[in-house]
Design a protein around this ligand. Structure first.
Ligand SMILES: [Zn+2]
Length: 329
């Protein structure tokens, strides 16, 4: 058994590096974790521990099965991260919040769930496709950030999960065709595939990015020009982070649409972007589902969770990676 593992581990690492290169054009991002699913016919969750050392703060990887998560592997960690690894109650607590936010039919698009340390990468969460056809996704949540000042303090974690769910919602195979290359794509091409004409991201891009696209292409070369671009077009974006690229924009619009109590009037382009989501019945249903589950409305006056005010989210006033549509936020 040991020998088999030794043969397999390097292979998995090679595969994971290959997968990262497919989806992320730079190498300074979260490395897709090696996936080593152990035989588990009895429902026993015992797995190998600590044999693989993640390069991006990986702590524990789970397989997602709709409602439940099953441990695939613990990574080799030490110190604080080892304490986080042992604290499976926290892993489950985070997962329960994911379940409240991501409805079951959408959760079926999630194949894996990673608990990692945000300190290494500086990110609070990420999603990455597990299948090239974009049908299955992995979500990662930084456990150290999830517990700053207590679990989900200020609603930061809930906001992060909503934002990440926004990526899955807008980049999956019902929205993009991964078999169409950029050269053959008539619509917006976020990197993972060609967006369908009626997809959420293509609508957003054609209405509110297309007219400033060449300026944006020029602006995204470095952070100072990106900042000038943002300052010029501030009224188009729900947060500064949203101006990173259309992929981050739509995730931020979805998070703002969900967390903002009132329907905006549509006075600014940023508000008009939110209204695009009000036009989509299924998105309104997701919004209602999340708000109800987080007790943002309905029974009693005490909200179970508080969410950051739009624009007050910790990473709201930063820029993300300019060349990516997701991977990290
Ligand atoms: Zn993001």
């Amino acid at each position: 058994m040991k020998n088999i593992k030794r043969i397999f581990i390097p292979l998995f690492i090679v595969l994971s590096i290959f997968a990262v290169n497919l989806s992320c054009s730079n190498d300074d991002e979260i490395v897709l974790t090696p996936t080593k699913i152990t035989e588990d016919t009895s429902g026993d969750t015992e797995t190998t521990t600590g044999e693989v050392e993640g390069s991006e703060g990986e702590i524990t990887l789970y397989k997602v099965d709709g409602e439940n998560i099953t441990k695939v592997q613990d990574y080799k960690v030490s110190g604080k991260n080892l304490e986080y690894q042992k604290d499976v109650v926290k892993h489950k607590e985070i997962w329960e919040l994911v379940k409240k936010i991501v409805p079951l039919d959408q959760r079926k698009k999630m194949g894996e769930f990673l608990i990692y340390s945000g300190e290494t990468s500086g990110s609070a969460g990420f999603v990455i496709e597990m299948e090239r056809d974009l049908s299955v996704w992995k979500m990662g949540i930084a456990i150290d950030y999830a517990y700053v000042d207590g679990f989900n303090a200020g609603g930061e974690l809930a906001y992060t999960i909503i934002h990440e769910f926004g990526h899955i919602l807008t980049l999956n195979n019902t929205q993009l065709d991964a078999t169409v290359t950029i050269e053959n794509c008539k619509n917006y091409f976020p990197g993972e595939g060609c967006s369908f004409e009626k997809s959420y991201i293509n609508e957003l891009h054609s209405k509110y990015w297309n007219d400033i696209w060449s300026e944006y292409q020029n602006a995204k070369k470095d952070e100072s020009t990106q900042e000038k671009f943002y300052n010029k077009y501030k009224e188009r974006y729900v947060t500064q982070y949203a101006s990173t690229n259309p992929g981050e924009d739509i995730a931020e619009v979805f998070a703002t649409f969900t967390t903002l109590k009132e329907k905006p009037e549509g006075k600014t382009i940023a508000e008009k972007k939110i209204l695009l989501m009000y036009n989509r019945e299924e998105l309104v249903n997701f919004r209602n589902h999340i708000r109800k589950n987080l007790a943002l409305r309905g029974k009693g006056s005490t909200a179970a969770f508080e969410l950051p005010q739009p624009g007050k989210w910790k990473q709201a006033n930063t820029f993300g990676n300019l060349s990516k549509t997701k991977c990290r936020h």
